[in-house]
Each structure stands twice: as structure tokens, then as C-alpha cells.
Design a protein around this ligand. Structure first.
Ligand code: AAT
Length: 282
């Protein structure tokens, strides 16, 4: 019998991946966690039936959420990652020797444990000595922080369930306060394509531009997320993601990447007209 994972992308669109093998299922206090093996995308992680990452395309998401801000902000020493219990963002961050401390705030311990066991490709660097894992709600964690982080990466689930609070005005305001004077926040910013997703994306964007003086959106192609067209937000106190892009500084790291490069960095901020309209029409 064939087994397929299916996610409803809209009422009228299903996205399916043929499953080779069921790997793990668990129900935590917060969500249902499943891992499957597939021939096309390798092992993949879903939460409450929604795709979080696959072995074959996670490099796109994790490189874009990390290397874009890291090549703009000078002197990043202390970082807060909210969500991202799979460890993919941390794996890209620990490649920078200048980073001194990474606080990872993940609400669900069971996600981290499952990824440590079954997804070493992403979780393999969670034991780096610079990383401290806090099992807490990111919304609550940032409330008490002030002038502490050079970069905040919001690697969260979508704006329903446990991730809902990470798309609120209160959360973005607290992130602003938690950042140093030169700091920036990067978040996974949902998809502009299907109207059901675009509404949530627009609402989040409005709240971010109300909270930060500089706010830009950039894009990447992520095959296993709804429509494949995904956005990230770059919200900053001082540095502009394109004007202050330090291509030479980034290249000096000599880092091998599979998606990110200096041309992609600039190009990712060039948005299709329909996306510009969505961002401006609020
Ligand atoms: N790195 C790509 C994978 C993710 S997973 C996002 C993580 O955010 C999950 O492990 C989830 O448990 C955690 N999370 C959700 N809500 C909170 C919260 N309030 N505080 C801390 N962590 C939280 C991102 C996938 C993006 C999917 C896009 N469709």
C-alpha cells in the first residue's frame, strides 16, 4: 500500500509527497510531531500536519534566514533565535567564529529531542558550546530583554497554534527593545501567493513597519512550502539590508553555501510587482 503525506495548501490545492517510510510520531503539549522518509525530499519534519523542513530543500531557508543578516550587520556577537528547534539556523550561525553566544528559545522540547535523534543534518550543531537552549515561549522570553542582542532570528511556525504570538505587535515591539542600537530582526514572513496566506503576511508586515525604522522584505524559492514562493522580513534599527550589504566582508569568511551568494543577496530584495502592491496597499 502506498503512503502519501498531504498538506492542504488551500481549500482547492493539495500538496503531496510519497512516503517511503514512517520514522516517528509524537504528541507534545504543544503540537503533533511527525517525521517521514521520502525518495524525493529525503527525511522531512511536519508539525500539526504542516511541513517544517525537508532534508533536500532546508538549505535554502536556513541559508537565507542567516547569511542575509550576517552579511549586513557588523560585529554580531550575541544572537537570539526564536523557534528553530530543528537546529538548521543554528547550524548556519555557528559557522561564524565571531559569534560569541546564541540563545535558542524553542517552545517544544520534544521537537529538539526528535530532531537530535532523527535529523542530525540540522540538529548536529546544537551542542556547540556557544549555544544555550531555553525551552520557553519566545513571546514571553523577549519581554524581559533590553539592549541585549545584535540579531534576532524568528524561525517560527505559522501564525496559528503556538507560533501565533510571534506575529503580534507586542512581540515585535519587545524584539526592538531587546536589540542593541545597531541590531536587526529577521523573520520567516510567510507566502504572498495564495490569498489566505497573503492576508496573514500583510498583517505581520504592517506590525513590523510600525515597530522598526527600516523594514524590507526578501524572497526565496522553497519547493515544499505553500506555492514555493516564500518571504523573509529584515527589520532593523540602523543598517539597511542592501545599502549596507558588506559583500567583501562576507566573502572573506570563505564560506561554501548552496543557495546564498552576493548576487542572490541583492536580487532577493527585488520583489515582483504583485508582492510590492500587497506590501504597500495596507
Ligand atoms: N527551521 C525551519 C522550521 C521551522 S520550525 C519552527 C519552530 O518554532 C518549531 O519547532 C516550533 O515548536 C517553534 N515555535 C512555535 N511557536 C513558538 C513560540 N511561541 N516560542 C518558541 N518557539 C516556538 C519553521 C517552519 C516555517 C514554516 C513555514 N510554513
Amino acid at each position: 500500500m502506498e503512503l502519501w503525506f498531504t498538506e492542504k495548501h488551500t481549500e482547492n490545492v493539495n500538496f503531496s509527497i510519497k512516503v517511503d517510510r514512517h520514522v516517528y510520531s509524537g504528541q507534545s503539549e504543544f503540537q503533533r510531531i511527525d517525521l517521514f522518509d521520502s525518495l524525493e525530499f529525503g527525511r522531512f519534519l511536519t508539525l500539526d500536519g504542516y511541513m517544517m523542513l525537508t532534508e533536500k530543500d532546508e538549505f535554502i531557508y536556513h541559508e537565507m534566514i542567516v547569511h542575509v543578516p550576517m552579511s549586513v550587520l557588523p560585529n554580531v556577537k550575541k544572537i537570539l533565535v526564536i523557534g528553530g528547534g530543528d537546529g538548521g539556523a543554528v547550524r548556519e550561525l555557528v559557522r561564524y567564529p565571531e559569534i560569541e553566544r546564541i540563545d535558542l528559545v524553542e517552545i517544544d522540547r520534544q521537537v529538539v529531542e526528535a530532531c537530535r535523534k532523527y535529523l542530525p543534518q540540522t540538529a548536529g550543531k546544537l551542542d556547540d558550546p556557544r549555544v544555550t537552549i531555553h525551552y520557553a515561549d519566545g513571546l514571553k522570553f523577549v519581554r524581559s530583554k533590553q539592549d541585549e542582542y545584535d540579531l534576532i532570528i524568528v524561525d517560527s511556525t505559522d501564525p496559528f497554534g503556538p507560533g501565533e504570538g510571534l506575529f503580534t505587535k507586542e512581540f515585535y515591539g519587545n524584539c526592538y527593545k531587546a536589540l542593541t542600537d545597531c541590531g536587526a530582526m529577521v523573520n520567516q514572513h510567510e507566502s504572498p501567493f495564495y490569498p489566505v496566506d497573503a492576508v496573514a503576511m500583510q498583517r505581520a508586515h504592517k506590525r513590523i513597519i510600525d515597530s522598526f525604522p527600516i523594514s524590507r522584505v526578501y524572497q526565496a524559492h522553497i519547493p515544499t512550502y505553500p506555492s514555493g514562493h516564500w518571504l523573509f522580513g529584515f527589520a532593523s534599527k540602523k543598517y539597511h539590508p542592501v545599502e549596507d550589504f558588506n559583500a567583501a566582508g562576507w566573502k572573506a569568511h570563505g564560506m561554501k553555501t548552496k543557495y546564498y551568494n552576493d548576487k542572490i543577496h541583492i536580487g532577493a530584495f527585488a520583489l515582483p510587482n504583485y508582492v510590492k502592491d500587497l506590501l504597500e496597499e495596507m
